[in-house]
Design a protein around this ligand. Sequence first.
Ligand code: SAM
Length: 408
Amino acid sequence: MTADTSPSESSDRLRAKLVATLRERGSIRSPAVAAAFTNVPREKFAPEVTLSAAYSAYDVIVTKRDAGGEAISSVSAPWLQAEMLEAARLERGARALEIGSGGCNAALISEIVGPDGLVVTVDIDPYVTERAARFLAETGYPHVKVVLGDAEHAAEPYGPYDAILVTAGAWDCPWGHLLAPGGRMVVPLRFASITRSLTFMRDGDRLIGQNPTVCGFVPIQGAGAHAEQEAVLAGGAVKLTIDGGPALDTAALDRALAGARTELWTTVTVGNGEPFDTLHLWLATVTNTFGWIWPNPDHDRDLISPAIRWFCPALITPDSFAYLTIRDAHSNDEAKERRHRFGAHGHGRHGADLVQQLAEHVATWDRDRRNGPGPDFTLDPADAAVPAPAVGRIFTKRHTQLVMSWPA
Ligand SMILES: C[S@@+](CC[C@H](N)C(=O)[O-])C[C@H]1O[C@@H](n2cnc3c(N)ncnc32)[C@H](O)[C@@H]1O
């Protein structure tokens, strides 16, 4: 019997399974997106991985790294592709722009917009465009227009578009003018070292953002690239990153980490696996010292105990820092869900102040924001006069101002 074991049969089965998983978690909501995932053979866009890896719902497939080993191109994880396709509300016959290529997502878009639609996919890297064009031709999508260039300008001649899907982490958003009336633009936007995929619709000169989704993407390169500050401590065991602010003094921060630690515990608790991503947005609203601390998993030195294992919220000044930590919150009721108590660890000259501030911000978030609606997002041109939100923050970029405002 070969019917069950031939590669294409397996691919069909894996596709059906993937669609079922993405429907179940709510990432696929429409028949059009389900049909696209049913029809596109993902493995043909990632020949470097196994068939089952190509159909993992949650995993990104890295297809290129830079000289330092950082991922610079990938096939995005299916759950996120599905979320972004649903958010774009693509219709048959639509004109769509994808920024950041690979081929797989362009094929999904092409399935949805159909033969009367237009799909333009732009990538800055000739290695990526060559592969994407080849894979798209081989899989039956030769009509997708693959453009080599920096998306900051390269997509201009083909607009306007009913949908723009940005698939690289963008610090700024220079594509609003390419959006047709009624169109939607889905962008993983980076601000204060946080990335949220936002779905923007035009309202005059302003773009209104909805549906902030936690996500991660390889960073945009070229004219739109934006460097954050970084301090590598303890011989690479720990890294601090922050967007903007006064210059970090790496030697002082290194001494701070090696020195005494201040500890403060809050009464705020969190359940196992319970998300608390609005805390990050709140911290980025109330302090411009918000950044991240990253323990290096390849170093087994137990120098810090962050609340999140890979990267964790921190308040960072040139010579001191404090980060969020957790410990078990003991409960008398054994049957109760296991919970953890938030605390803060501080290092350096201002470590004690910073733990105090962090603990207060966590308490305010818990009391006033945790269970309420998150912030609204709007994008205005960089030169527009934008009133400061009552509770919020304006992030000024090169082309735009991103306004994050919480209900007053
Ligand atoms: C996550 S990958 C794209 C994934 C792809 N859409 C897929 O099918 O899943 C991000 C891509 O953005 C590209 N990129 C980064 N900066 C760019 C820029 N300024 N203009 C165009 N492409 C860019 C990178 O070369 C990389 O291939």
